[in-house]
Write a protein that binds this ligand. Structure first.
Ligand SMILES: Cc1cc2nc3c(=O)[nH]c(=O)nc-3n(C[C@H](O)[C@H](O)[C@H](O)COP(=O)(O)OP(=O)(O)OC[C@H]3O[C@@H](n4cnc5c(N)ncnc54)[C@H](O)[C@@H]3O)c2cc1C
Length: 152
């Protein structure tokens, strides 16, 4: 562990992922999220490729497949919900060697957050409003009061 600290703004997908990997590299990350708690609900995302590979390397493959959906068919329906067209979605699995899942963005965010939180300081309900050069670091001003220096 070094004394190097890092402040990451946003606890969505990128934020906790970056915190996890920087902690693994010996930094002391702080994650600041403007929402009062982790955001829930919202849209689903198709998850595959590089993102899937990174989640796999974080030990999350079983979890993302447990909370995710494995759709079998894409359907177009009429006003009564009757199928008028569609196609099987096996092709996505075939193209990605089965490394494809649809999951709620907030579920992915929560799983990434759970991985990062033990080695990351978490600040909810606040945000950065000022950054100023300081010797060997940056002085950060927060919206709801207070200042802190982050050092490299
Ligand atoms: C409708 C829709 C469908 C999508 N479908 C897919 C898909 O199928 N596959 C795919 O790979 N991607 C998809 N995406 C894109 C994907 O959701 C984004 O690429 C991903 O969420 C980006 O992650 P992020 O961490 O950069 O930002 P976000 O996930 O948006 O997280 C940002 C976080 O920062 C916080 N924040 C914002 N401002 C501040 C601030 N000033 N201070 C502190 N915190 C702050 C927010 O509250 C939030 O928690 C879709 C996006 C949308 C909108």
């Amino acid at each position: 562990m070094t004394d190097r600290t890092v402040l990451i703004s946003g606890g969505g997908i990128a934020g906790p992922t970056l915190a996890f990997w920087l902690a693994a590299a010996g930094f002391r990350p702080t994650l600041i999220e403007q929402a009062p708690e982790l955001r829930t609900g919202g849209y689903v995302i198709d998850f595959w490729g590089l993102g899937y590979w990174i989640a796999e390397r974080m030990g999350l493959e079983a979890d993302i497949n447990r909370v995710g959906y494995h759709a079998r068919e894409m359907r177009i329906v009429d006003d009564n919900g009757k199928r008028v067209a569609g196609f099987g979605t096996d092709v996505f699995g075939e193209l990605t060697n089965g490394r494809y899942v649809t999951l709620a963005r907030s579920d992915l965010s929560r799983l990434l957050f759970e991985k990062a939180k033990d080695r990351t300081e978490i600040i909810f309900g606040n945000e950065i409003v000022g950054l100023e050069d300081a010797s060997a670091g940056v002085r950060v001003r927060f919206k709801h009061g207070g200042e802190r220096k982050f050092v490299w």
